[in-house]
Write a protein that binds this ligand. Structure first.
Ligand code: SF4
Length: 499
């Protein structure tokens, strides 16, 4: 067993919450147990010897109030040096925390209805709920109650605190791709079959160094079955998943070996005790439809307005300004998206122009050529595994070339990571950049990016083509500019990068 497997057997991971007050009082964390802090959403930031921590905060159903956002801003300001990130799994992330601060931060999170239990670690992570749930006219069912039930039933549940590796679930009922269903361990996609609303279920998606797009389980399940089926699949993974090698422990490896038919049989016979109804595939949209950018109509005649951040990074002042805008122009609620963006729903048509102008003044305009569709992971600034800098470099790239491509009639996705772990999914972007190091014969280390082109979790459903060679970090903007210039010059109207 790997060390973490031994650790998980010695102390049930969620019991780390009981030890945190003691660590906080001492001002020191037991080094033997530091990896278990992940189950509390906390882990050391780079460089580890400095003792600072980062924290990921779950946002159940992706929906929160303006007051909650003000609370988040206050925590970032009081404990996190004013740094605040929106992640690509709809969470908030703080940096620069100390162990002594953690209990007070937990108290403040609880007061605004948020928590960190299961935000990281080998357990059921935050359940992605489409940020368009309850808004978009095309949805067949509002998935928020189901997502809340799934979150309450599985994430943070001691039954699932010792999974072989992390386990990700996504639930959506809009044919857009905000649910990123193909790269979750389970993706539930609602659709209507013969007039009945149910879910198509995809399993075994996951990226990392070896990318697997999810496969259909081949079933059609009713809304009231979703949580039960989620529990059954997570249970099957817990009991049958691989634990010897953490690089080969995600559900995708089990499904690759067993085949999806055999895995379904295990779920049905050992965990559900019944056979699931067969069903067809749910339709999925082209990637980058009206989900990720701009102003879009709601079913009730109001509008939802995307808040396009630059690589997910905001700050307390911007967060408070957004909270005020959501109250002035919406109904005091916001959503986080899987594209490091946010959404302000319930905006009257006559207020859209004024809100858009106020967002633009904050560098958060709803519709931008590249900003809203570009994501970058934590990188060397804070991540212990990173090989390259990510956020500042990607933000600089967008700043430099976005205006040149303002005439593009389709969104272009740029996903950049600081290592092969693919936290920001470089394999499924139009332009995917994976950070790596190249060492000269004299020992000088250079940051470079491997290039993956034309990956898609939309209708194309493929991982990007990996090019030979790598782009030096200092030429990344020039390279991106050249690729997009060529695309812009030769594309047909409305033709996407993948096409
Ligand atoms: Fe860190 Fe690598 Fe994940 Fe980026 S992709 S956050 S560098 S582990």
């Amino acid at each position: 067993m790997s060390d973490i497997e031994t650790l998980k057997k010695e102390l049930p991971p969620f019991q780390i919450f009981d030890l945190i007050p003691q660590y906080a009082a001492q001002g020191a964390i037991d080094p033997e147990r530091i990896d278990l802090l992940k189950w509390a959403g906390v882990y050391p930031q780079r460089p580890q010897e400095d003792g600072f921590l980062m924290m990921r905060v779950k946002v159940p159903t992706a929906e929160f109030s303006s007051d909650t956002l003000r609370g988040i801003a206050g925590i970032a300001e009081d404990y996190g040096r004013g740094l605040l990130d929106v992640t690509d799994r709809q969470a908030f992330q703080f940096h620069w925390l100390t162990i002594g601060n953690i209990p007070a931060i937990f108290d403040r999170l609880e007061a605004i209805g948020l928590h960190t239990k299961g935000a990281c670690g080998d357990t059921v992570r935050a359940v992605i709920a489409s940020p368009l749930a309850g808004l978009d006219a095309r949805e067949v069912i509002d998935v928020r109650p189901i997502a809340a039930s799934m979150e309450g039933s599985l994430s943070g549940n001691p039954d699932f605190q010792d999974l072989p590796r992390k386990f990700k679930i996504s639930i959506t009922a809009v044919p857009e791709l905000e649910g990123i269903h193909m790269i979750n361990d389970i993706g539930f996609l609602a659709h209507r079959v013969n007039g009945e609303v149910g879910f198509d279920v995809w399993v075994g998606g996951g990226l990392g160094a070896v990318a697997h797009l999810a496969k259909r389980l081949g079933v059609f399940i009713r809304p009231e079955e979703v949580v039960e089926v989620g529990r059954a699949i997570a249970g099957a993974y817990r009991d049958h998943g691989y634990r010897a090698n953490r690089k080969k422990s995600r559900l995708k490896f089990l499904i690759k070996d067993l085949g999806v038919e055999k895995f379904r049989e295990i779920v049905e016979t050992e965990y559900l005790g019944r056979t699931l109804q067969d069903g067809p595939a749910a339709p999925v949209a082209r990637f980058g439809g009206n989900d990720v950018l701009g102003v879009n109509p709601q079913a009730d005649g109001l509008n939802y307005v995307v808040v396009a951040t630059t690589v997910g990074r905001i700050n307390p002042d911007k967060a408070r300004a957004l909270a005020a805008l959501a109250e002035r122009y919406g109904q005091g609620t916001l959503r986080t998206t899987a594209f490091q963006n946010m959404v302000i729903p319930h905006v009257k048509s006559e207020d859209v122009a004024a809100l858009s102008a106020e967002l633009a003044a904050l560098d958060l305009a709803p519709k931008t050529t590249l900003r809203g569709t570009t994501i970058a992971c934590t990188g060397t600034q804070f991540c212990r595994l990173a090989l390259t800098e990510t956020k500042a470099r990607t933000a600089g790239l967008v700043d430099q070339i976005e205006a040149k491509f303002s005439g593009l009639d389709v969104p272009v996705t740029i996903n950049l990571t600081g290592c092969s772990n693919a936290c920001t999914r470089y394999q499924v972007a139009d332009l995917g950049f994976m950070g790596a190091n190249k060492t000269d014969p004299d020992g000088t280390v250079h940051e470079v990016y491997n290039v993956h082109l034309a990956g898609s979790i939309g209708q194309a459903q493929r991982t990007g083509t990996k090019l030979r060679g790598a782009v030096p970090a200092e030429r990344l903007t020039e390279y991106t500019d050249a690729v997009l210039s060529d695309f812009q010059a030769h594309k047909q109207p409305a033709e996407s990068f993948v096409e």
